[in-house]
Write a protein that binds this ligand. Sequence first.
Ligand code: GCU
Ligand code: CA
Length: 448
Amino acid sequence: MHVKPLIAGAGLAAVALVVLSPSAARAAPTRYEAESSPAVCTGTIDANWAGFSGSGFCNATNATGAASQFSVSSSAAGSATVGVRYANGTTTTRPANIIVNGSTVTSSTFGGTGAWTTWATTTLTVNLNAGSNTIRLSPTTANGLANIDFIEVTTGGTEPPQPPQTGLVGWATQGGGTTGGGGNPPVTVTSSSALSSALSSGSAAVIRVSGTISCSGMLRVASNKTVLGNSGATISGCGFNISEASNVIVRNLTFRGWDDDAINVQYSTRVWIDHNSFTSGYDGAVDIKRASDYVTVSWNRFFSHDKTMLLGHSDDNAAEDRGRLRVTYHHNWFDGTGQRHPRVRFGNPVHVFNNFYGGVGDYGVASTLEAGVLVEGNYFENTDSPCELGQGSSPPANLVQRNNHFVSSGTCAASGTVRSIPYSYTLTAASSVKSVVTSGAGAGRISV
Ligand code: GCU
Ligand code: CA
């Protein structure tokens, strides 16, 4: 189920929403305001942009090294989570070194937030000494630092972070939410014919798939379905066509060797595709198109496959797709796949966060044709082209990248602004995403 060419780009409104760090069993965070001594601001304390906490924020002089510095106390030595609240009303990143007790320990990009009144939080993990510490945010370009509101520090010695959320997050929580077959008693299917009739039934249902089901083509999925794989459940040879449906959940299945798409979502809303594995198929693994909306694609693993996730199938489908195609992609593992992670047309905001791109061959994310994509907190390894603007015949569109982690990879191309994210979510620290995702993504990693 396929692609092709056409027109224009658009610049749209502002980004951001507060992002929390994974901590739980640790102590409550302590907030340190940038305007309160002993914090130091190499610039002025201003209060002209709304939305800050306390009595103001640090507007550091626009120069390399003009810093915002905090004094932080920790009851024990060990790792700490530091949330930095900032605003950058420009479209240029304002990268800064994070200097703890005189040593540069990491850096952060402080990308554009869309407006000086739009505050965002980036989360870092650093080691602190017992007792007093300094944390200095020191810009590395002549544009200087973003405006800094506060930092929030959670100390807890060496306690590991809590596992990230595995429930439903993102766009599929919107528009009424996604509950699938709800509390209906499950029916178990073991054959292609039983699966096909259960999926297309007009009633709400919870369908459990057992064993390997050999099939071909696309099986139509109707509204109000939860499809759950028992341990090892595999769909071999065919795919699911979620078409003119709403409220569908697909979890814990392995799709292999599909002869069209593994999952195609069209004219459908409120869909959650979670903890599945996709390998060695023909066309798209998870393609979403034709006026679809409110979709979350989470914790899936894709391997031995090229065309991974298309969002919006053609350049000339504005009438159906403009204002729709809002999808969240999080904690997915792109394990040596080729292209489209995702390739986006029209959708804004599309949210791509905390995914692990390991050895992605062609490109990671592409924002094209009026789209607005927020690429946040992902881990890119051995991936030459993490983000591209435009693709094939589709013109470049908007992409905001922030807090991504790059290892032996290229950079993430960014341009313009994207609309704000309406839901809350927990951001895994980007540097932890590889370990969190490789141990949690794919079929067989949850019990359903
Ligand atoms: C503007 C804005 C400041 C900001 C500055 C900058 O002057 O009002 O709050 O710090 O731009 O570019 O750094
Ligand atoms: Ca400034």
